[in-house]
Design a protein around this ligand. Structure first.
Ligand code: NI
Length: 259
């Protein structure tokens, strides 16, 4: 039987949480069959370290870089120039995570700045022919409006909206990535989304170090936990894990090649 290949489409592996034991984390991911990982980087330092890091295993990793919405507050034109330079490098495949964070940001002026930065990064992604990875928290309608007006191939990470909303995003071609929340007892939306959207739009992610799935909820998350999420997705869709994992890999390849 062919070995199952798993996908983690959102891992902050360059974060300080992994400074001590990144090699062990990587070994555990390989042992678990998590052979495809997208490393999300949120600043120049992380991006440059990721570019070095993946050289040892370029088949396994994809690198994304983006300016996180909350940084919209203090970004300068020089910051933007530096960002464009890194984002343009061939080692960077995806622009993300970018988007809107309204949970922690209530101020209207700040939200407006987030929207402007989001649009600016989408337009850059289009120019560079790279897909986007989008963060949207308590901001689903504004996210949708922007992604409808400024269309670019992309995914919504840690999707927490309703199944109806997920389908609206699918109509525009956007993928839906689900993570640990899918395994939580109170995760009604995530389960409904996993059950009801077309399988060709589903992806898995950890969002590590955050959002560890059941049964390891509350611990530092890492890519080797992906099988818990894929298994749950397969369960709620009533298909085998092998089948679910292979559909996800097909989706992933399609996502990366859409430009
Ligand atoms: Ni993230």
């Amino acid at each position: 039987m062919r070995k199952i290949q798993y996908l983690d489409s959102h891992a902050h592996l360059m974060g300080e949480e992994y400074q001590e034991d990144l090699q062990q984390v990587v070994q555990r991911s390989a042992a678990a069959g998590v052979d495809h990982i997208m490393i999300i980087t949120l600043n120049k330092d992380e991006a440059l370290r990721a570019i070095e890091f993946v050289k040892s295993n370029p088949e396994k990793y994809v690198i994304a870089t983006g300016i996180f919405p909350e940084d919209a507050e203090h970004i300068t034109e020089q910051n933007w120039k530096d960002f464009v330079e890194i984002a343009s490098r061939k080692e960077i495949s995806v622009i993300g995570e970018i988007g809107l964070e309204y949970h922690w940001v209530k101020d209207e002026e700040m939200r407006k700045k987030q929207k402007e930065l989001f649009i600016r990064q989408i337009e850059l992604a289009k120019k560079l022919h790279k897909p986007i990875a989008v963060h949207s928290r308590d901001a689903i309608q504004d996210t949708y409006d922007i992604m409808k007006e400024h269309q670019c191939p992309g995914l919504l990470h840690c999707f927490s909206g309703t199944k109806e909303m997920a389908k609206e995003f699918n109509k525009l071609g956007y993928y839906i990535a689900l993570g640990g929340a899918l395994t939580f007892k109170n995760a009604r939306h995530a389960v409904e989304v996993a059950q009801s959207v077309d399988e060709s739009f589903l992806l898995t992610e950890t969002d590590c170090p955050y959002m560890a799935p059941e049964p390891v909820r509350g611990t530092r998350n890492e890519p080797s936990n992906i099988p818990y999420i894929t298994k749950k997705m397969a369960e709620v869709r009533n298909v085998s894990v092998e089948y679910m994992a292979s559909v996800i890999m097909d989706n992933w390849e399609r996502y990366l090649s859409c430009r």
